[in-house]
Design a protein around this ligand. Structure first.
Ligand SMILES: Cc1cc2nc3c(=O)[nH]c(=O)nc-3n(C[C@H](O)[C@H](O)[C@H](O)COP(=O)(O)OP(=O)(O)OC[C@H]3O[C@@H](n4cnc5c(N)ncnc54)[C@H](O)[C@@H]3O)c2cc1C
Length: 399
């Protein structure tokens, strides 16, 4: 018996146990005669359906990606008697690049030979910079306006996306690419060491990219062009990090349950942000770190701090604090559905503006909107969230 297309757990109760060795060997291509005579390996797992209902939306969050066309600002600046190492402007890649970026910032801070470091900011970048500095032997105090879960970083999707809105194509010079690759590789390696920790701060998950037309065909241009086009962002991962994670695999219609003719399965690193942020903060405090609530209106107020070396990890806040108008807000909204622990896969429906990430705290449903670029409005738009959930429901109508 082969798997009927569009079957989900609960819909049929069917299993794949009866997949014939003949069909397996066809799919596997060249197999040895000895292998064909063996019982088949375990079949692919059945997928639990997502309960895509608008009444299951429990939260809608909006935050702004701190985008700089030239990429993140990671450099030291002398302000009065202090050295300020800037570490901000990571676009849609802050969590992914954080450890590599932290290393660059801490290396700059270490050149001052100071033993005490102030880190301004407690988001993805501030927390990882503070931890990296502690590991380098520094005593660290974090000063910040907000802590997780109030920081913008807590409203991110939480997937490995190291080149998402990281810079525009024109600024992706060979020097930039080299630095970006080093940051991404160090971060990736750091995350591998967190796999399997209690609470699963980071884990590998599978997902399905779905399409109504073959993947090598361009999507039809049937929609009006965006009124607010985004810049041409640099695409670096596919070129420079090809060896870092498993490639996606094309699936035939009998290998997946979705009502679309084309699908690929991908493997993705997911950050369970609530548990992960709490882990970072807990480790920081355990190792003698201090956190002080403080808001700075101008860099002149840094002079009141006892530390002579600072890292500025204020994210989009740096636009106002440092007067850095090169920071552009790119709005992003996420609707969170009640968690379904049995749903361990993500989805991306090509041409339908729909992305789903399965995290421990819920199922995140995301769709972009024309006008997100240079938009710092963080008011949730429930109609957009509901429309996305309704599109998602179309994939599970039979379940
Ligand atoms: C919808 C969305 C989805 C995303 N998904 C992903 C993803 O899947 N993967 C990924 O890698 N990245 C993702 N990102 C990007 C990522 O969230 C950002 O790059 C990251 O949050 C930036 O972190 P940060 O620490 O620089 O800034 P923030 O999280 O904004 O932290 C800034 C800190 O500085 C403090 N601060 C700011 N100004 C002041 C001030 N004047 N005085 C005192 N303290 C101040 C704040 O209180 C806070 O503690 C996403 C972003 C969005 C919007």
């Amino acid at each position: 018996m082969t798997l009927q297309r569009r079957q989900f757990i609960g819909a049929t109760g069917a299993t794949l146990a009866g997949l014939s060795t003949a069909s397996l060997s066809q799919r596997a291509g060249a197999q040895t005669a000895a292998a064909v005579s063996q019982p088949p390996f375990a079949p692919p797992p059945l997928l639990a359906p997502i309960q895509a209902r608008t009444d299951r939306i429990v939260d809608i969050t909006v935050c702004t990606r701190p985008f700089r066309a030239a990429g993140p600002r990671i450099e030291a600046q002398r302000i009065g008697r202090q050295t300020v190492v800037h570490n901000y402007g990571h676009g849609g890649s802050g969590w992914s690049l954080s450890w590599g970026s932290a290393k660059l910032a801490v290396d700059l801070a270490l050149t001052t030979k100071e033993k005490h470091l102030a880190v301004i900011g407690c988001g993805a970048i501030g927390l990882t910079t503070a931890r990296a500095a502690q590991r380098a032997g520094l005593r660290v105090t974090i000063y910040c306006r907000e802590l997780p879960p109030e920081v913008r970083s807590s409203k991110a999707t939480g997937v490995w996306s190291p080149d998402s809105r990281i810079c525009d194509e024109a600024h992706a010079t060979p020097a930039f690419r080299q630095q970006w690759e080093a940051m991404a590789r160090l971060s990736h390696q750091t995350y591998q060491r967190m796999m399997g920790l209690p609470g699963d701060p980071v884990e590998w998950r599978e997902g399905y990219v779905l399409s109504d037309i073959p993947f090598d065909q361009e999507l039809p241009d049937d929609e009006a062009p965006p009124r607010h086009p985004e810049p041409e962002y640099a695409e670096l991962e596919s070129e420079l990090l090809r060896d870092l994670h498993p490639r996606s695999v094309a699936l035939s219609p009998d290998q997946h349950p979705f009502p679309v003719p084309f699908a690929r399965r991908y493997t993705q690193m997911v950050f369970n942000l609530p548990a992960y942020s709490q882990m970072l903060l807990g480790e920081f405090m355990r190792d003698g770190g201090e956190v002080q609530h403080r808001e700075f209106e101008s860099p002149r107020q840094f002079a009141a701090l006892k530390e002579r070396t600072l890292v500025n990890a204020t994210g989009y806040g740096a636009r106002q604090l440092m007067g850095d108008n090169s920071l552009v807000p790119v709005r992003g909204q996420i609707a969170r559905l009640v968690q379904q622990p049995e749903v361990r896969y993500g989805l991306n429906w090509r041409g339908h503006n729909l992305n789903v990430v399965s995290r421990r705290d819920g199922l995140l449903v995301q769709s972009s909107v024309d006008g997100d670029f240079d938009n710092e409005d963080t008011t949730p738009d429930r109609a957009v969230a509901e429309a996305a959930v309704q599109r998602l429901a179309m994939l599970f109508a039979r379940a």
